[in-house]
Ligand binder design. Sequence first.
Ligand code: OGA
Ligand code: NM2
Ligand code: ZN
Ligand code: ZN
Length: 434
Amino acid sequence: MHRLGKRLVRPLQQLFQSKHSLTRSSPISPLAFRKELVAFNSVAVENDIDNRQLHVKWDDGTTSRFPHIYLRDNCQCPNCFHPSAKQRNISDTSVLEAYDVNTKASQAKFYPDRQEIEIKWDKDNHVSVFDTNWLKMRRFPTDRDQVGHKIIYSDRRLWGGDLNGDIPTTDFNEILHDDLELYKWLKNLARVGLTLVKNVPEEVGQVERLADRIAYLRVTNYGRTFTVKSKHDPSNLAYTDKGLALHTDLPFFDLVPGIQFLHCIKQAAGGGGENQFVDGFNVAEVLRKENPYYFDLLTQHAFVYFDIGKDYLDFINVSCRLNGRNEVIRFVHNNHTRSSILDVPEDKVIDIYRAFHAIIQIMYDPSNLVTNRMESGEMIVFDNWRVLHGRSAFQLTAGGNRHLEGCYIDWDETASRMRAIEEKLKMKNFTGVI
Ligand code: OGA
Ligand code: NM2
Ligand code: ZN
Ligand code: ZN
């Protein structure tokens, strides 16, 4: 059987819905934006009709080429691109024009003072006007010194035990009231994946207050927020006084919640109840290096997780999805809720167990682990697509129950909020070019 190169085998979801694609509802007008932040000017424009492309020479000495078809496809006039919806406007087969490689710009006029290029299309006399900086931010990778469309999670810092005592820490009130502090905190969440928030009032409602600073939180069958306490008839092992192995929360959803908040309203008076964390992306890279075959086994098979019970609702959640890619974008593992359905070929079962053994060994290697015992009034917020968390057992004492409140929010909403702050505060390295 023909075996495709690993790089080519990508789930459709990744092809059609790149994690890095930007939301269409971005409020940014590229024209308004460039005047504030970008200072490239074009010095010359040449229309290369034979090759159906435009050459734009920039004042930094570089030249970018834009195929005519690309320019026609991306005409920004209000007929082609709806000005407030910011979406392509064509709904009938005339859309085929935009995909016709014979599309030809018969004229291109450069207005250096306005920094605009006016293009006349051969076929229908349509006119398009492009702002040169709009174009510069969309130049193709061959001549791109830096990416205009930057990705919010692009500068990750992988970690191991070196993060002990060094978890990025923020003050609750500052991120509640100051957008720049909020941004810095979210940036740490994107970069490191694990953050500590201090000076949180020791009462319920605080995770939601903080989540509200980002976007709508993610409601699940466990409620808008969830209460982690040792309960009678617990619907989940988390609701006992027992230890929890390193895990991803809610791995049985197709869209695993991206970010988790855990607010310690009251820590266990009798000791125990500290948390362990491990950077799943780091673990994955260690495994890839040490044993590429095990890495492939774990990334190329779908593992099934389940959750069954009653909390606010009766629920039976069962996942069935790919849990990995060649580029690791999610690390999902939860031994408590791993299904007894092991959906792999029979001759792979033993090797799959070997691979699990290898990766769990890396996860629990003391050099990769971070331990933190929250005090009452602290909150831990972490990337649930990346960082696995655990808990050691605790003692129930007469002094009152250990009490955490948690909630989830998704990465899409969070990344969007970050871009909106970048725009509002006119930050360099804007990641919201659409
Ligand atoms: C959870 C969990 C950690 C803790 O509720 O999913 O991991 O410290 N809790 O109780
Ligand atoms: N809780 C805390 O995925 C899991 O089962 C972890 C989730 C119950 C919402 C616990
Ligand atoms: Zn147009
Ligand atoms: Zn958990």
